[in-house]
Design a protein around this ligand. Structure first.
Ligand SMILES: Cc1cc2nc3c(=O)[nH]c(=O)nc-3n(C[C@H](O)[C@H](O)[C@H](O)COP(=O)(O)O)c2cc1C
Length: 433
């Protein structure tokens, strides 16, 4: 009881961006020790060919979570069919002022106004080049630098295409983020047509030069009317664009009953679900199957994934539900089985519990007078219990998922050391952060 109370307080005090970065670092840490073998996904292949590419499954990681390609191995191990890195810009930039990321668990929504914070395309490409034996398709989502005027935006996209062409499976042109001033204007009229034309010319010349065809996709906003959907679809077909991602985050707040939510920034997660599904449906009618649609927006269950597919999406992407639900997103194994294999120890409660326990334990060391002896005793009991719990979960997971044979488990005897490694890792991370 006491623990839950304190846990809640401390978790709610943590800045979501910091928490998200911390969780990503831990996942990476786990991925680079013997535990990797346990999180490695052994899903039966459900291959699908789309845009001339062979995907091992239809589920992708949406852009924005791995902006700099620091976690490619990790997300591939988890089992995503494709991982969209970025948004990345030609030059590194800090993005918007903090705080710029807000979680609203009560509606399973996120509002972000990150503003393309990233280390630049060169850094991302270095990470991609370092990556070996990846089963997931790697996409790169590109944008314009904040300081680049709209009239010169296309140059930023062309630079990124040229630099990344040889190293990625597909490229997404992001002209739909609500957090870069005027960016969305690139979706309409002459700016749009000119951008598509130039991109296509470059793609064709790179294809001729390298004999490698890299599909180019456009990511669109959910905040467009029927007329705009029609015009966008016509232009995509006219310019032979390879795919369209629908959708990015929304600036609409009408679906939220309360007025407490920030007005600026892009809203994602369940509140976005219907809006993005409607866009996909209308887009599908306009495109008539000529260009594949990748559906994103509020996918948090098999039902919502099916809804996107039935509305016309060939592939799907998730972001927000991964943050909120972690393991519970995988209740229905058909589509989210890949995430089930990684279990609660990665995205879910256990990791948060461990983090929180460490957080509180360290706070108690730093200012012992502020915390009662009862609380302190509580920590002493709970910390090793938490570590033991996570270790047991990780040992049991492979049995539960039947993905790793009984004999193989013996090879993983060093898993017993993992609790200790993790504890040290946690402490190091904490002091660094
Ligand atoms: C914190 C955050 C950052 C995002 N950053 C990007 C981005 O850099 N580029 C992009 O194209 N989409 C970005 N998105 C949008 C997602 O890729 C996705 O299109 C959107 O969140 C809808 O999916 P979801 O409801 O599953 O989250 C971001 C979303 C969130 C929540």
């Amino acid at each position: 009881m006491l623990y839950k109370l304190i846990t809640k307080k401390i978790l709610s005090k943590l800045d979501p961006e910091k928490k998200q970065n911390l969780i990503l670092k831990y996942i990476k840490y786990i991925n680079y020790n013997p535990l990797k073998l346990l999180i490695k996904n052994k899903l039966p292949e459900k291959n699908i060919v789309c845009m001339g590419l062979n995907f091992r499954n239809i589920l992708g990681l949406a852009a924005g979570l791995d902006k700099n390609g620091d976690y490619i191995d990790v997300f591939s191990s988890i089992g995503f069919g494709f991982i969209e890195l970025g948004t990345v810009t030609p030059n590194a930039q800090q993005g918007a002022k903090k705080p710029r990321l807000f979680y609203f668990p009560e509606v399973c929504g996120i509002i972000n106004k990150m503003g393309f914070n990233n280390y630049g395309i060169d850094y991302l490409l270095k990470n991609i080049k370092k990556t070996k034996n990846i089963d997931s398709r790697i996409g790169i989502n590109i944008g314009k630098n904040q300081l680049t005027p709209l009239e010169k935006a296309k140059e930023d996209y062309l630079i990124c295409i040229k630099k990344s062409y040889l190293y990625v499976d597909y490229i997404t042109i992001n002209i739909s983020s609500p957090n870069t001033k005027h960016l969305r204007k690139l979706q309409f009229g002459l700016l749009f047509q000119d951008l598509l034309k130039e991109i296509k010319i470059l793609q064709n010349s790179l294809f001729a030069l390298h004999k490698k065809y890299v599909p180019i996709l456009i990511k669109i906003s959910p905040d467009i009317n029927d007329d705009e959907i029609m015009q966008i679809a016509d232009n995509l077909v006219l310019h032979n664009i390879d795919g369209v991602i629908a959708t990015n985050t929304t600036i609409c707040r009408n679906m939220l009953k309360e007025k407490k939510y920030p007005e600026s920034g892009g809203l994602s997660g369940i509140p976005l679900r219907n809006i993005s599904t409607n866009i996909i449906k209308k887009l599908n009618i306009e495109l008539q199957g000529k260009i594949p649609i990748i559906g994103a927006g509020g996918i948090s269950s098999v039902e919502s994934a099916k809804e996107k597919i039935q509305s016309g999406a060939s592939l799907i992407q998730i972001y927000s539900s991964l943050i909120f639900q972690g393991p519970s997103i995988i209740k229905h194994p058909e589509i989210f089985k890949i995430l089930f294999l990684i279990g609660p120890a990665i995205f879910g409660i256990s990791i948060n519990q461990i983090l929180t326990m460490l957080n509180t334990a360290i706070s108690s060391f730093l200012s012992p007078g502020s915390i009662s002896w009862m609380y302190y005793a509580d920590r002493i009991v709970e910390l090793p219990m938490g570590i033991l719990g996570v270790s047991i979960i990780n040992i049991l997971l492979p049995y539960l998922s039947k993905s790793i044979s009984f004999n193989k488990i013996k090879e993983y005897s060093d898993i017993l050391c993992w609790g200790l490694q993790f504890l040290i890792g946690c402490m190091v991370e904490f002091f660094i952060d």
